[in-house]
Design a protein. Structure first.
Length: 339
């Protein structure tokens, strides 16, 4: 299948991992791919592999944290064939830490690389696409931008912003036939992930066990999704945030939420139903019980002890009460034992 013959595609962060897989996939389908990365040697290596496989690629080093280099990258890419059909904003960084531990520098760097670069690259690319009668932009967001993981506030926040940016751009430029979508990967087996897992004393096999599908994802699987979204087969997709996680919730350290029904009989709260989404333990604290209108919070913990392995870490909750049957429905954020 050759969906990109004659087209020019720019892929940022293409020096390795997901980016190199995307570049390879687009080239295999006929695109002239601009492989760009702050690591010029890595970009050149990926481009040479694409050429050796029969594709066409040009390596251009660029530090997309700088506005001027974003515009220079787009200008150089357009000059190759007088067109720019696909822009894949894949580059990103992950600075760990919560609000109190994260440095100002890491916070700013996360926004500069993960979000500002997209702003500048899209601003540079859009006039070319509009003049040509259309184009495709695919942004790499994250599952964590939709369902935040603990101790990654900068990454989570910037990826949530990428999701919002994607949908705003899609709404504004759909009339110009410029389609803008985003992929939201879960855990994907990349060198970056493997290094982080090794530092934590865990293995990839440990992560595999937390995914209902039985394993974490592969870069090539994300690349296939990106290629689809960039192709005419997705001609009516614009503003979509597509999760690729191995199941709803995937291998996420903070799963979306669960509903818990609590029935109060003679002032003794009883959990009557709980549906965790891809989690190994429900985390709930007795301190939260008053927020659910439960009189005896300690009993809530004792019940969850039996069901969820005596783990009393904090989980914020919001309550919707039903006075008719004295049932409290609590919207509970849960965590899987990944972090």
């Amino acid at each position: 299948m050759k969906r990109f013959v004659g087209k020019v595609a720019v892929v940022t962060g293409a020096g390795g991992g997901i980016g190199s897989a995307i570049a390879g996939r687009l080239a295999s389908e006929g695109a002239l791919v601009v492989v760009t990365d702050v690591n010029v040697e890595a970009a050149a290596h990926v481009a040479s592999k694409i050429d050796a496989a029969g594709g066409t690629a040009v390596a251009i080093g660029a530090d997309i944290s700088k506005k001027e280099e974003c515009f220079e990258l787009v200008a150089k890419s357009f000059e190759l064939k007088g067109r720019l059909d696909v822009l894949v904003n894949n580059a990103g960084i992950n600075r760990r830490g919560n609000l109190l531990s994260l440095s100002d520098e890491d916070w700013k760097a996360s926004f500069t690389v993960n979000l500002d670069s997209m702003f500048h690259l899209c601003r540079a690319a859009l006039p070319h696409m509009i003049q040509a009668g259309g184009g495709a932009i695919v942004n790499t967001a994250s599952q964590w931008g939709l369902h935040p993981a603990p101790n990654h506030i900068a990454y989570n926040t910037t990826k949530a912003a990428v999701a919002g940016f994607t949908q705003n751009l899609a709404r504004d430029y759909a009339p110009d036939k410029v389609r803008v979508n985003a992929v939201c990967p879960g855990e994907i087996h990349t060198p970056m992930l493997e290094a982080g897992v090794t530092r934590s004393g865990r293995t990839i096999a440990d992560l595999d066990k937390l995914v209902p599908f039985g394993r974490i994802g592969k870069p090539e699987e994300v690349a296939a999704l990106v290629a689809f979204l960039a192709s005419e087969e997705a001609a009516f997709m614009c503003g979509s945030l597509v999760e690729i996680t191995g199941s709803p919730g995937g291998c996420v350290t903070a799963a979306p939420a669960v509903w818990i029904g609590i029935y109060e009989e003679k002032d003794q709260p009883q959990i009557i139903a709980a549906w965790p989404i891809c989690v190994s333990r429900l985390l709930i604290s007795s301190d939260d019980a008053p927020h659910c209108g439960i009189k005896s919070g300690g009993n809530v913990v004792s019940h969850t002890d039996k069901m969820f392995k005596n783990d009393r870490r904090y989980a914020p909750m919001t309550c919707i009460a039903s006075s008719r049957y004295d049932i409290r429905f609590c919207w509970v954020t849960v965590q899987a034992l990944v972090a």
